[in-house]
Design a binder for this molecule. Structure first.
Ligand SMILES: NC(=O)C1=CN([C@@H]2O[C@H](COP(=O)(O)OP(=O)(O)OC[C@H]3O[C@@H](n4cnc5c(N)ncnc54)[C@H](OP(=O)(O)O)[C@@H]3O)[C@@H](O)[C@H]2O)[C@@H](O)CC1
Ligand SMILES: Nc1ncnc2c1ncn2[C@@H]1O[C@H](COP(=O)(O)OP(=O)(O)OP(=O)(O)O)[C@@H](O)[C@H]1O
Ligand SMILES: [Mg+2]
Length: 329
């Protein structure tokens, strides 16, 4: 029997949706389609009228002697999801290494210079979002510089995604992002527990992931929190979205770094699209859902090809096909 391609696409879309959503139990497939549609709504069209930079200029703050892979993953994922330019602000030693991974990245060896805050601040007027933390390390001098970079970004109302060692800094000084609604935190399990401990005074049941995420976000003044794990639980202190699209059982390092790069791009797309396209959800919530779905879909596709030997590098060529499958059907 001949089957129309449109019907096949619709079936594939339904399968993805069934895998993707776990909102309230009462949520119907129709609601799910609507939420996926919200992500689709924020994607800027590719047209001949746009110039370089309009789809996104992203900065990654991270990369030190020990860690060069993490900022690379965040920066390349930002480009592959559709940003036009991706900058990395890292230490002097890390820069040549990161440059050697890819000619497409613009790498600034400034993060350990005495003038680091000023050196990054110079670029802020040209950046749409910052991703702070992948491969940053925990050296006091670097964290002090990042503190200044965060203050400068807030003063310019630049959206910031905070991950990895950036979250270590926030756990030491939650006031740095208190009440800044353009901040999105992307903790893994350990990072989430560390933040709970640092921010909440009353005990909280961390096994209730929705409740704990809501509480943490509220305590931080509605900063969006993306709790990564078997399900990703996303909250802005008012609403909760869960993403349980099938990913893979490979837990190789770096998948969270890809997610943070996607989110850096998508959060500025969502803020640019405006609240009227969000159907009552906040732009960072929709962006986070998009970034989580895309990471998990890339992981799923890479695992189908490489199984146990899958590494995060194998996910990078999957970004384009995964994006099309999720958001362009
Ligand atoms: N290629 C590169 O350059 C990469 C560099 N990276 C960079 O490394 C830096 C430190 O980041 P991080 O994620 O390793 O530190 P952190 O969160 O303290 O975890 C440490 C320990 O916590 C545990 N643990 C973790 N997750 C858990 C879970 N879900 N559930 C339970 N336990 C869990 C586990 O320890 P275990 O308990 O197994 O002994 C784990 O070893 C940061 O800059 C980051 O960007 C990475 O991005 C990877 C790719
Ligand atoms: N148990 C799991 N099952 C399925 N997917 C998972 C599981 N744990 C994490 N993920 C997915 O892997 C991605 C990265 O999450 P993870 O918790 O590994 O972040 P991370 O520890 O910060 O990673 P990184 O190694 O980049 O620092 C997210 O998209 C998340 O949904
Ligand atoms: Mg991480």
């Amino acid at each position: 029997m001949a089957v129309a391609p449109g019907w096949l696409a619709a079936q594939a879309c339904q399968r993805v949706l069934k895998r993707a959503f776990s909102l309230h139990k009462a949520h119907s497939i129709k609601d799910m389609e609507n939420t996926f549609q919200l992500v689709k709504n924020i994607i800027p069209p590719l047209t001949s009228k746009k110039h370089k930079g309009q789809a996104g200029r992203i900065g990654i703050v991270g990369g030190c002697q020990e860690y060069t892979g993490a900022p690379y993953f965040a920066a390349i994922s930002a480009l592959k999801v559709g940003a036009d330019l991706s900058h990395v602000f890292c230490t002097r030693e890390a820069a040549p290494v990161i440059k050697s991974y890819s000619p497409e990245l613009i790498v600034h060896p400034v993060l350990d210079s005495p003038d680091a805050v000023h050196e990054v601040e110079k670029w802020l007027p040209r950046l749409h979002a910052l991703v702070v933390g992948p491969g940053l390390g925990r050296e006091d001098a670097l964290l002090k510089n990042v503190e200044g970079i965060l203050e400068a970004s807030k003063a310019r109302a630049i959206p910031v995604v905070i991950d990895a060692d950036g979250l270590w800094l926030i756990a030491q000084q939650p006031t740095l992002i208190q009440g800044y609604r353009k901040a999105v935190l992307t903790p893994n399990h350990v990072e989430f527990l560390r933040l709970l401990e640092a921010v909440l005074t009353d005990p909280v049941d961390s096994s209730d992931r929705r409740g704990a995420g809501l509480r943490l976000s509220q305590a931080l003044g509605n900063v969006t929190v993306v709790q990564k794990g078997e399900q990703d639980v996303i909250s802005d202190g008012e609403q909760v979205l869960e993403c349980n699209l099938q990913g893979s059982n490979r837990r190789c390092g770096g998948q969270g770094d890809l997610l943070s790069g996607f989110l850096g791009v998508m959060v500025q797309w969502a803020l640019h699209a405006g609240p009227e396209k969000m159907n009552g959800f906040s732009p960072p919530l929709v962006a986070a859902f998009g970034a989580c779905s895309l990471t998990r879909q890339c992981s799923h596709q890479a695992f189908q090809k490489y199984g146990r030997s899958t590494t995060t590098s194998d996910m990078i060529p999957e970004i384009g096909p995964a994006f099309s499958r999720l958001f362009e059907t």
